[in-house]
Design a protein around this ligand. Sequence first.
Ligand SMILES: [Zn+2]
Length: 202
Amino acid sequence: MRDDIVIRNVLMDCPACGHRHFVEERDREVCWTIANQHILSHERYYHCPFADEEYNEWQTYEMEEESSQNGHDTYRKNNGLLTSRDIFNIRVQYRLSCEDLEILFGLKPDSIARYERDIVQSKKEDERLRLVKDDPLKLVVMVSLRRDKFSAQRRREILDRISEVYYEYEAKKILQYTNDHTRERNFNPHTKYVNIHEIWNQ
Ligand SMILES: [Zn+2]
């Protein structure tokens, strides 16, 4: 307890003592057990100095969610997996919904939404996510394989966004090639761009 840190004081109708006063918002270390590993993480909670010891600490739903996410993200970092934020970033980079990604990866409904919160993805799913993160063309192939699962309009939207990401990536590589002395070995600026619609139509 002594190591807990006060983040700030928040004026509120205190649920612990029933009076309106400044309540301490604190940070403490918390231990999670995930897949038989003990994970040390942090969480926030409120503390009332007036209520009985048994009732003087509490967490909001948001704090509980955040605590769980922190714990699972620490587990992910310790085990070399993408964090929930990494997964979210990959998804929004392509402007995909959770459902889109679940269809593309053949996952159960709500899987991606849970990965972005408190369920740790398997090593296999982690590898697939990394694959599409670094290579938009892999995602084109995935969409192509499951083309019948999307409406024609949704397919076009997804494909258009993948094209944008692809050209952004290529533009970055060219910039790096012209600016950087440690040039990417496998990159040839004279190579023609891959036509995403051609891959799509194969
Ligand atoms: Zn109070």
